[in-house]
Write a protein that binds this ligand. Structure first.
Ligand SMILES: OC[C@H]1O[C@@](CO)(OC[C@@]2(O[C@H]3O[C@H](CO)[C@@H](O)[C@H](O)[C@H]3O)O[C@H](CO)[C@@H](O)[C@@H]2O)[C@@H](O)[C@@H]1O
Length: 621
């Protein structure tokens, strides 16, 4: 199954020599002039098409560079997802919190209404849903239209106050690119859609305090409400002069007057840089309460609780979390284990996933996580598609009461209501070096749940200590070991020359214990160049007696994979050129050299498409 990536030959560029033998000077001059005119016209037409129709496809007119792939309209159209949230066109990024209000889930997100990349017109997009899956776009909630947000309405948070009011705190980029904090509120609280928003006339409500750089002060988040003195605690991410990430704390009663506390919530143990989109929330650690999510704003620290501090690392652009304790008196977070503090330990997702935030869903008493999944193709390809970035399928968050060392992230239960045709496979033996095609028809929108067992005798016979294995440096699914890799190939063509592999690689450590690596290999996900392709993943705990379990959501250009029922997650953006439409297949594989792996059960559901459309009767945002 292991064939190497074959790069598609680049089509000839307009620079290719057009003249063969020597020609008279006058003819050359005429030819040169005509060529220049033609070239100028082509460039002008291409520029005009892109300017007036940024969402359109201009593949025939654009100048192809060496690595550019000659996408067709059909190929690009296929990359749009079927059941993920995405705006009709242009660029989206950070989820700016969500809330359940008067029967609707409201979702706010960083949105550039004018192009397919981030720029200073970045605004707050707004959409509502009844089920977190079918979305109605509303007019944008906030645009950059004041001096204090002239260079963008950046990230922040919307909070439902105990008295029923709603406040939005957000960072504005001023004309001079100073990061300031601003306040906005809905105009009409009786409107379930919260269509109109007004910014406070006292904005900005906060400017960078002494000692904090103008560009290191962003993403405010009202984290805690102290009922005894009616004060809110608002945290803001930053970094200190030694490059350690820090979280500042302000208190306020009215979201207009703020007091900076002398202490900080947390300073990272390593110099990991600026902390973006900080989040802090409790999780229940006992079985009886594990299924209840807890509202940070009212839940006091106490027995049976742990706290999660999460930050997005601006330096490396990954979302890290740490488990620890929270002391209300000193208002500090202390990680349980300093060696896996924020920025150096656990991650929500080992693939492409950033700037996430959670919200407490009081309707279903759960904590829900959203992050944005950016593009890894070229800016040119985004321009051709007319859109860029996705939001992941919202995930519930719980503490793992079995391992007691990590969170469990799992797609919200509503996704299961989209499942249609189900194919079930049982007890399929996978011999070393084999693949097995799952006959499921068109394999572009799937929910796959699989459990594997590894031959006990092979495990016992494996003495080899493979301590250096690491998903990202392993070379991917083609690299064979005694007990792995084994798993699934999704968005694969029949020849397997295009495939995204999600798999386990089991090895023995020097302590004699088994270690399981959970990886996602994008190296052969597309024959197109100009795409970042990596092998992502981490180790994942597999407890005694457990099978190796995978769940994979496939939705055109996004693959979200969950190992061991959500202990580790990896998300990839992929851009197949052949494994699309009815040519997309799914396979089981075992590339171990010495172990027979059994696919104990595999359930494959087709997933219905959802809608993302303008709210009926309203105009496009
Ligand atoms: O949109 C601003 C908010 O986004 C955050 C976290 O994503 O900061 C991002 C940041 O800009 C970078 O991210 C862009 C994509 O999200 C990227 O396209 C751009 O080129 C990057 O500069 O925004 C500010 C301003 O540029 C920069 O300091 C960040 O790295 C969040 O912290 C912001 O509130």
């Amino acid at each position: 199954m292991a064939s190497s990536t074959k790069d598609v030959e680049a089509p000839p560029t307009l620079d290719a020599p057009l003249l063969g033998s020597a020609a008279p000077r006058s003819r050359l001059r005429v030819a040169a002039v005509s060529l220049s005119v033609m070239a100028f016209l082509l460039v002008a037409i291409a520029a005009a098409v892109l300017y007036y129709n940024p969402g359109g496809v201009a593949s025939n007119l654009m100048r192809l560079r060496e690595n550019d792939y000659p996408w067709t309209n059909d190929m690009l159209r296929w990359q749009r997802t079927g059941f993920h949230f995405q705006p009709e066109k242009n660029f989206q990024a950070d989820p700016n919190a969500a809330m359940f209000y008067k029967g609707w889930y409201h979702f706010f997100y960083q949105y550039n209404p004018t192009g397919v990349a981030w720029d200073y017109t970045i605004s707050w997009g707004h959409a509502v849903s009844k089920d977190l899956l079918h979305w109605n776009y509303l007019p944008m909630a906030l645009r950059p239209d004041h001096w204090y947000d002239r260079k963008g309405v950046w990230s922040g948070y919307s909070t439902l106050l105990p008295d029923g009011r709603i406040v939005v705190l957000y960072t504005g980029g001023t004309k001079e690119l100073v990061q300031v904090q601003n306040l906005a509120v809905p105009v009409n609280l009786s409107d379930p859609l919260l269509l109109e928003w007004k910014k406070s006339h006292v904005n900005p409500i906060l400017v960078p305090p002494p000692g904090i750089e103008d560009h290191d002060f962003r993403d405010p988040f009202p984290v805690w409400y102290n009922e005894s003195d009616s004060r809110w605690h608002v945290v803001i991410g930053s970094k200190d002069p030694e490059h350690y990430g820090i979280v500042l704390i302000y208190t306020t009663k009215d979201f207009v007057n703020f007091t900076l506390l002398p202490n900080i919530l947390h300073s990272t143990k390593q110099p990991v840089g600026m902390l973006e989109c900080v989040d802090l929330f409790p999780v229940a650690t006992t079985d009886s309460r594990a299924n209840q999510a807890l509202d940070m704003t009212t839940m006091r620290p106490g027995p049976g609780l742990k706290y999660v501090l999460k930050a997005s690392m601006d330096d490396e652009r990954h979302d890290y979390y740490a488990l620890g304790s929270f002391d209300l008196d000193s208002f500090t977070f202390t990680p349980d284990d300093e060696t896996i503090d924020v920025g150096i330990g656990l991650r929500y997702d080992w693939g492409k996933f950033y700037a996430s935030k959670t919200f407490y869903d009081q309707e279903k008493q759960r904590r829900v996580l959203w992050g944005y999944v950016g593009e890894v193709d070229s800016k040119r390809d985004d321009a051709l598609k007319g859109w860029a970035s996705l939001q992941n399928i919202p995930r519930t968050i719980l503490f793992d009461t079995k391992t007691k060392s990590n969170l469990i992230l799992w797609p919200v239960e509503e996704v299961e209501s989209l499942r249609t045709i189900n194919k079930n496979f049982n007890s399929i033996p996978l011999y070393p070096g084999s693949t097995y095609q799952l006959d499921v028809g068109e394999a572009t929108q799937l929910d796959i749940v699989a459990e594997f067992e590894v031959d006990e005798k092979a495990i016992e016979a494996t003495a080899e200590a493979d301590v250096t294995y690491n998903c990202s440096t392993s070379g991917g699914a083609a690299n064979r070991g005694v007990l792995g890799p084994f798993g699934l190939l999704v968005l694969a063509n029949q020849e397997l020359s295009e495939q995204t592999a999600t798999y386990f690689y089991v090895s023995r450590g020097i302590d004699g214990n088994l270690r399981t690596h959970f990886c996602q290999d994008e190296l052969r996900s597309s024959k197109a160049g100009a795409i970042t392709k990596r092998v992502v993943g981490s180790t994942v705990p597999v407890l005694h007696g457990e099978t190796w379990a995978l769940r994979i959501l496939v939705d055109h250009s996004i693959v979200e994979s969950f190992a061991q029922r959500g202990r580790a997650v990896a998300t990839s953006r992929v851009y197949p050129t052949e494994a699309i439409y009815s040519s997309a297949r799914v396979f089981l594989f075992n590339n171990a050299t010495d172990a027979i792996v059994t696919a104990k059960t595999v359930n494959v559901w087709h997933i219905n498409s959802t809608y993302n459309h303008v709210f009926p009767g309203l105009v496009a945002p």
